[in-house]
Design a protein around this ligand. Structure first.
Ligand code: BGC
Length: 343
C-alpha cells in the first residue's frame, strides 16, 4: 500500500510517497481505510527536521496524526462496525506507566516515554490502510463528512477549555483567542458554544479566517491594539503572543498556552513585570498539549453542534495523495490543509 513516510537526510527531513507493508495486527484489531489526514505545524516540523523518534529498528516514520478513515474490519465488540467513519487517538501510554499513565491520563505523561502515532515512535495514519485498537478508535458522525478530520485538533482545544473551565475563578463572560489558525478558530468555536463573547486576533485581515470567526458571532481583530479591556479566559494559539496573553488576562482569570511558535518571535519578556502582573492579578497561566479519549469525544460533539458547513469551511486546502506537497506549502490566509487518501 502507499504511504507518506519521512526519514532524516543529513540535518533535514525527506518526505516520500512510496510502498510500505500492510499494517500489522499488533497495531490493533480494527482495519481502517484512510479517507484523509490533516496537516498541522507539528507535521511541518517533522517533515523539515526528520522524525523525532522513528519506530524501533526503522529509519522512516509514516506521518499523519490528524486522521479520518472508514472501518473495513472490526471485531463485534469493537464499538465500531465496518462502514463507520473513525478517527484514531494519537498517544499511547508509556509501557512502564508514569503515575498519570497508570490512571489512564496518558495525555499528561510526565516521563516522555509515550509514543504518538505519526509523531513519536509509531507510524501515523497517512497510509492507504491503518489499524487501531478499539480503545483508541473514536466513531465520527457521518454527517460531518470530511470535516471529521478536525476531531483531533478539536480534541486538543477541548482539553485546553477543560483546563480553563477549572482554572478561571470568575464567571467567564469574555474570551480572547490569539491566532486564527485551525486551533484558534476551534478555540473560538468552543468559547462561543459556552455562551462567551469571543474576540479573535490574527494578522490576516480578510478571507476564510475572518469569515469563519464572524460566522460564530466572534469579533475579529487584526491587531491586539484593537482590543479593549481584559478577558476572563485567554487561549494563546500562535506561540508568539505570550506576554500579550498574560497582560490581557483579567484578575482571577486564566490563560492557556496551546501554540509553540518560534521563541524568538515572542520578543523580550520582562520577567519581573510579568511576575508582578501574575501575582497582583491572581492570574493563572498554563500550558497544554495532546488529548485523551474524553477530549476527542468533546471535540467531536463541538464539531457536530457547529455543523458540517461551518466545520468544512476550515478545510481551505485539499489535495490528493499524489499532490501531497501542496498540503505542506505555506498559506498564511488559509486555515487547514488536508490530504485526501481514499474516497
Ligand atoms: C498533536 C498532539 C501531540 C503534539 C506533540 C500536536 O500537533 O496534536 O497530539 O501531543 O503535537 O507531539
Amino acid at each position: 500500500m502507499r504511504a507518506l513516510s519521512v526519514r532524516r537526510r543529513g540535518d533535514a527531513g525527506e518526505l516520500v510517497l512510496g510502498d510500505v507493508p500492510e499494517p500489522l495486527l499488533e497495531d490493533g484489531e480494527i482495519l481502517v481505510e484512510a479517507v484523509a489526514v490533516g496537516v498541522c505545524g507539528t507535521d511541518r516540523e517533522i517533515v523539515a527536521a526528520g522524525p523525532r523518534r522513528p519506530p524501533e529498528g526503522r529509519d522512516a516514520l509514516v506521518v499523519g496524526h490528524e486522521s479520518l478513515g472508514r472501518v473495513l474490519e472490526a471485531p463485534a465488540t469493537a464499538g465500531v462496525a465496518p462502514g463507520d467513519l473513525v478517527v484514531g487517538i494519537v498517544r499511547r501510554p508509556d509501557p512502564v506507566p508514569c503515575p498519570f499513565c497508570a490512571t489512564g491520563r496518558f495525555d499528561l505523561c510526565e516521563n516522555g516515554r509515550y509514543t504518538e502515532r505519526g509523531i513519536l515512535g509509531r507510524d501515523g495514519f497517512a497510509s492507504e490502510r491503518f489499524r487501531l485498537e478499539p480503545e483508541y478508535a473514536v466513531r465520527v458522525d457521518p454527517a460531518l463528512g470530511l470535516a471529521g478530520v478536525l476531531v483531533e485538533p478539536a480534541s486538543v482545544v477541548a482539553k485546553a477549555w477543560e483546563q480553563l473551565d477549572h482554572a478561571a475563578r470568575r464567571p467567564p463572560r469574555r474570551a480572547l483567542v490569539l491566532g486564527a489558525g485551525p486551533i484558534g478558530l476551534l478555540a473560538a468555536l468552543l468559547g462561543t458554544q459556552r455562551g462567551l463573547e469571543v474576540h479573535v486576533v490574527d494578522r490576516v485581515a480578510h478571507g476564510p479566517k475572518r469569515r469563519q470567526a464572524e460566522a460564530l458571532g466572534a469579533i475579529y481583530h487584526t491587531s491586539t491594539d484593537q482590543l479593549d479591556g481584559v478577558f476572563d479566559a485567554v487561549v494563546e494559539c500562535c506561540g508568539a503572543l505570550v506576554a500579550e496573553a498574560v497582560a490581557r488576562t483579567a484578575p482571577g482569570g486564566a490563560a492557556c498556552l496551546v501554540g509553540v511558535g518560534d521563541i524568538r518571535s515572542a520578543g523580550t519578556v520582562d520577567l519581573a513585570a510579568l511576575t508582578r502582573d501574575l501575582v497582583s492579578g491572581n492570574k493563572i497561566v498554563m500550558g497544554t498539549v495532546n488529548s485523551n479519549r474524553c477530549h476527542f469525544e468533546a471535540g467531536h460533539d463541538a464539531l457536530r453542534r457547529a455543523g458540517a458547513a461551518w466545520a468544512g469551511g476550515l478545510l481551505t486546502g485539499q489535495v490528493g495523495l499524489e499532490a501531497w506537497s501542496g498540503a505542506f506549502a505555506s498559506d498564511p490566509g488559509g486555515i487547514k490543509s488536508v490530504i485526501r487518501i481514499g474516497s
